[in-house]
Design a binder for this molecule. Structure first.
Ligand code: HEC
Ligand code: HEC
Length: 398
């Protein structure tokens, strides 16, 4: 076996540059410089993993599978595969995502040890927050609604936050830690704090080959965990597995099928903005929430008036679980969202032309049955397996 290893590695390197064994740090800032670290085999989980010894932390002796999730082809069709924003220098590994999971649920990431990422991104709520605004470490409220994280990996332009101010997920993950409302830490203090925990020595070693805690590694591991959150087992997926998206789904009720048709129709044009099997946008847009812009959105970042009031078009996967809706959580229910698109869209200079007719706002004039059908269809995007999967759950006992 041994003598085949080198030729195999050579062959594999042509295909995938033996990337599993290369640990690469992404440096902070939008410029992602790449630093190749020593090749090592810390990811060889079967033989080399250090054992974790912490009574408060429950992890499987062999890590969960995050790196090679069997995402079905029917899910990846219809352009989803092209939307994957995983960078070449941060592929998901089982040990990296395991570290990411622990970091995600660890209140030590906040100044006073009260708040973790999961305080505002709750699994049973599709990794969002049932409150319109979330409460940070010091009791203050965030300025926007928390975002669901399912399928965050499938967003081609790779930008994060409602106003798309983070150019990559690796950049995004360090921002809440330093946010003065959310977690209130400095990266320097965080590195010192985490390095004092034995369980992080073990987890960083398993993920990156040695115990050194750096904010770059924290960003890489959190990003791996979030990108591993792929939701593909909803009722919609069960239907899609059986037929083409344009056909009636055999497992759907008549109303759910009607809702699917409406969603994909020229009448509503929902599918023109919430596109592909992930129902996600390709760029930020203005969907007419306000006649007078209150939150500048992307325009506040770019300084361009044409971007004012534009926001990321989020994936609608698990949307029934992530209420309230929109960047400020203004709508409590999906029925209210449908009312908005039916008759509530506000004209403003940046309103997307999919929602206009000539110089006017387009009104959908949906019947009550059709409004209900749209809600019924959106409810089929809920994935119970995803929101109860242990590998995305809280590993701390408490
Ligand atoms: C106090 C609440 C809070 C905490 C803690 C928090 N978040 Fe968030 N998160 C939010 C809010 C609110 C937004 C939307 C903010 C915005 O767009 O301006 C958000 C947005 C995000 C997004 C963007 C999703 C997208 O599709 O663009 C990601 C990813 C994310 N958070 C991950 C994390 C991670 C990782 C942590 C922990 C290191 C974390 N969050 C901690 C409230 C929180
Ligand atoms: C012009 C593009 C566009 C069209 C067409 C469109 N949307 Fe949206 N949608 C958006 C944007 C942008 C947001 C986020 C807006 C914000 O929060 O400021 C959004 C948000 C949503 C949300 C809330 C998401 C969340 O996580 O809070 C739902 C639900 C939704 N849309 C459903 C629909 C349905 C159903 C239709 C068709 C009736 C539709 N959309 C048509 C662009 C669009």
């Amino acid at each position: 076996m041994k003598k085949y290893f080198i030729p195999f590695c050579l062959l594999a390197s042509i295909i995938m540059s033996c990337s599993k064994d290369e640990y690469i740090d992404v440096l902070t800032g939008d410029e992602q410089e790449i630093a190749n670290q020593e090749t090592n085999d810390a990811d060889d989980v079967t033989s080399e993993n250090l054992e974790l010894n912490d009574a408060n932390l429950i992890l499987p002796s062999t890590p969960f599978n995050y790196a090679n999730i069997a995402i079905p082809n029917f899910f990846l069709d219809n352009d989803v595969q092209q939307e994957d924003n995983t960078p070449n220098n941060n592929p998901i590994t089982d040990n990296g995502a395991t570290l990411g999971r622990v970091l995600f649920y660890d209140t030590k990431l906040s100044l006073n040890n009260t708040i973790s990422c999961a305080s505002c991104h709750i699994q049973e709520n599709g990794f969002s927050d049932p409150n319109a605004l979330s409460t940070g470490f010091d009791g203050e409220l965030t300025s926007r609604n928390s975002m669901g994280l399912a399928n965050a990996r499938f967003y081609e332009n790779g930008r994060f936050f409602w106003d798309e101010r983070a150019a990559t997920l690796e950049t995004q993950t360090l921002i809440p830690i330093q946010d003065l409302v959310e977690m209130g830490m400095t990266l320097e203090d965080l590195e010192i704090k985490l390095a004092q925990e034995d369980y992080y020595s073990t987890l960083f070693t398993n993920a990156f080959g040695n115990a050194t805690v750096t904010s770059e590694r924290i960003a890489l591991a959190l990003s791996q965990f979030i990108r591993s959150m792929v939701s593909f087992e909803s009722k919609f997926d069960e239907g899609l597995a059986q037929t083409n998206i344009n056909n009636d789904f055999p497992n759907f009720t008549a109303s759910e099928n009607r809702g699917k048709d409406l969603f994909m129709s020229n009448q509503t044009r929902c599918f023109d903005c919430h596109a592909t099997n992930v129902f996600v946008g390709d760029a930020a847009r203005n969907n007419g929430l306000d006649a007078t812009i209150t939150d500048p959105g992307v325009g506040g970042i770019t300084g361009n008036n044409n971007d004012l009031g534009e926001f990321k078009v989020p994936s609608l996967r698990n949307i029934a679980l992530t209420a309230p809706y929109m960047h400020d959580g203004r709508f409590a229910t999906l029925a209210e969202v449908i009312e908005h698109y039916d008759n509530g869209v506000q004209n403003n200079p940046n309103l997307d032309n999919r929602l206009t007719q000539g110089n006017n706002v387009r009104r959908l004039n949906l019947s009550n049955a059709d409004k209900q059908a749209l809600v019924d269809f959106l409810n089929t995007l809920t994935d119970e397996a995803f929101i109860t999967d242990e590998k995305y759950s809280d590993p701390f006992l408490e």
